[in-house]
Design a protein around this ligand. Sequence first.
Ligand SMILES: Cc1cc2nc3c(=O)[nH]c(=O)nc-3n(C[C@H](O)[C@H](O)[C@H](O)COP(=O)(O)OP(=O)(O)OC[C@H]3O[C@@H](n4cnc5c(N)ncnc54)[C@H](O)[C@@H]3O)c2cc1C
Length: 347
Amino acid sequence: MSSNVLFLAHIDESGTALPKAAYEALGAAFDAATQLGGSLTIGLIGENVQDAANSVAAAGVRILGVSGPDFAQPRYASDAAALEAICKAVGPDIVIAPGTSRFMRVIAGVAERSKGRVDTHITSLELVDGVLTARRWFYRQRLEAVMQRRARPWFLVMDSGCHTAWTGVADTAEVETIAVQLSAEAKRTSVAGVRVPTAGTQTIRPDAKLLFVAGAGWSKKQPDGKTHLPEAETLILEFLRSSGASLGGSKSLVDQTGENQAVLGFMTHLNQVGQTGSTPRHPKGLSTCCHGEEPHVVGWRFITERRAVNLDPNCGWARGKADVLYVADAFQVMAKLNSLLAEKASH
Ligand SMILES: Cc1cc2nc3c(=O)[nH]c(=O)nc-3n(C[C@H](O)[C@H](O)[C@H](O)COP(=O)(O)OP(=O)(O)OC[C@H]3O[C@@H](n4cnc5c(N)ncnc54)[C@H](O)[C@@H]3O)c2cc1C
């Protein structure tokens, strides 16, 4: 049985494009619609959706839009009304949306209003014996669920970094505008501004090829009996600058920062990788001065190639958790790496 697939997205902060995660989710929606032999419709919301619609015009599918100043900012009431109107106009069986913070807040509500069902953090979609099948992880990425549902519409919110982004040449798109009238009550919340921890925004780069993780060893006494924090800071920051890597931290290290000890100033709890931290997705990971204990390694679930530098040949990484373990002094390794990167950059 063919299915009507609806892809939903919102405009990003630039005001002209979709977030990267949306192009990935569009790739998944395209594949799903093709495999299901169904139609695909794109629904966009934002202050002005034309530029973003142009960026997906090459998809050659019907595009619906809800736009205007009322839809510029993420706000539950207006976003839910806009998305509900698009769903009503399309009557989809399957709805696919990116798991951005704006959509994570509102899609479940839209599914409820559409009398549908919703699943979030989807990592893949495929057809198994002709039935749409979604996968997601539970219990801190230790258990993988393989899910099918009879209920329709089925809303699937995709995690980022799990599907190749859809690409196409920009063209002029014809957008069917849906007018959504908001009550005064739906507009009573306004976004005054955005506050983000500066350290976190500078060092967390979800799209980086490499995740560089620092452990508590950087703040420990070294063979000369002294700590070398300023040196550690310089080495790490220089490496992040020249490699473009994203910065992760072990719980021990970020906790020290939180306790106001003199540790790496740019490390916050947002950097923490692991069971009680994040599970980032990067093709490669390099861990330094970190023991590789199980609760930490849980955060490495989706790192494809793992390498570690530790003085201790018996550390957790040595027990099969890293592809390559360098038994070496991380201060020396990173200094050498930085000089090699500087040399490469000068050519
Ligand atoms: C319920 C629970 C949840 C947890 N969740 C998390 C989590 O989400 N994330 C997390 O990270 N941890 C988590 N932990 C804590 C975890 O078990 C470890 O305690 C922590 O990850 C250890 O951090 P570390 O390796 O940085 O420090 P340490 O264990 O102190 O290890 C430091 C390492 O640095 C090495 N070292 C020192 N100097 C150098 C040098 N010059 N060169 C190279 N190596 C050097 C040492 O050999 C040592 O192996 C959790 C624990 C529990 C109980």
